[in-house]
Design a protein around this ligand. Sequence first.
Ligand SMILES: Cc1ncc(COP(=O)(O)O)c(C=O)c1O
Length: 479
Amino acid sequence: MSINPNEVWEPTSDHRTPMGTLHSEAARDHLWMHFTRHSVFEDRTEGGLGHTVPIITKGQGWKIWDDRGNEYIDGLAGLFVVQAGHGREELAEAAAKQAKELAFFPLWSYAHPKAIELAERLASHAPGDLNRVFFTTGGGEAVETAWKLAKQYFKLTGKPTKHKVISRAVAYHGTPQGALSITGIPAAKEMFEPLVPGAHKVPNTNLYRAPEHLQGDEKAFGRWAADRIAEAIEFEGPDTVAAVFLEPVQNSGGCFPPPAGYFERVREICDEYDVLLVSDEVICSFGRIGSMFACDDFGYVPDIITCAKGMTSGYSPIGAMIASDRLFEPFKSGTTYFPHGYTFGGHPVSAAVAMANLDIFEREGLNDRVKQNAPIFKATLDKLLDLPLVGDVRGAGYFYGIELVKDKATRETFNDAESERLLRGFLSKALFDAGLYCRADDRGDPVIQLAPPLIMGPEQFDDIESRLRSVLTEAENHL
Ligand SMILES: Cc1ncc(COP(=O)(O)O)c(C=O)c1O
């Protein structure tokens, strides 16, 4: 690793743009941040909210620094992305080398060496006969691509009415309008309705919030949740349903692992109704759970995998849809082709960086590291269960959610106003001030999420736990 913790970093908050504006002011006036309430930066009155945009300037390993020189633990690997950690010179060098050799060429009827090598390597890691790799620039495009492929595949194979999709409540699958239809978060969708029709939702696998008669019986809950998919297929008509989109561990809502037997049953249902099983591994692949592809962690073989984020550890953007040989079969002959693509899909620089990133995975045994350390990470976070606010700690690998509750005994959650006060009013800032960058999320019940770089170990888990403990203890006073 090329991490030098002793390197001197000059703290400053008066960084200016080439046009002479303070970065914080240019950010406020010109940058449109994603999923961000800009009002908090706009209040310039004396004594007003007056938040300045947090500006992150540097990263090394699992640490990041802001423009004032403050150091933070990167508890979220950027956004579930920086698996190999920040500051890897060899990944920067792989990008530079490729940019010098061939900066750009599309995959539109032509190929370039790094996309070919990466496709072969991903196929070798993917289970079953998932051998065909369609590159995108990110996760939402991979999801979009999977739905389009599912529709076209069934049109080409004599089942042209199969076009609908099923996904789970509160799940996030991206923001292009197809992927957004698949997303199960009403607040993320309402401004853009009507979206692509035909996307139906079933319950997710939040065991902590399971129907009362199933609480405490993981297997029965898993069976029940999987059977809701069969029910939805029946309700919609099996001849109309093309695919089911599921994350191995659902992110949104706070890291719901699959109950024992869940995916086994889902696979059976998909086979019975000839519905494609899409494993949306935009977060869960590349070691996040412990294997290159998380379907291996849970013992199922999907028809399609969608992935992105960790493929390059974030050093350059890329995503992919990996399809089975069966799905590619109709495209092998005649004039048939998949009328779909992206200028930057499988960009040579990103493909080269992905290859170098996967070299690091192999050389440093990152996946085994996650498998070994995951129980220690979970046990460390479980210590927080002694706090009155902490209702549940759940997840797998290096991917955990901590659900906050108003009343532990009844599992009562916070109402909207309380959640707003707790998460946005206090926790997000307090955690950051305590030197921990992580996520306080209220898209379902309120949770804090952790998904650090895979190079972290038990010493950092303890550090995270103690920072969380002090902030969550203080949070009691802000309810
Ligand atoms: C499961 C899942 N699918 C799709 C996406 C969308 O990926 P992107 O933001 O790269 O478009 C995400 C993003 O977090 C995701 O978690």
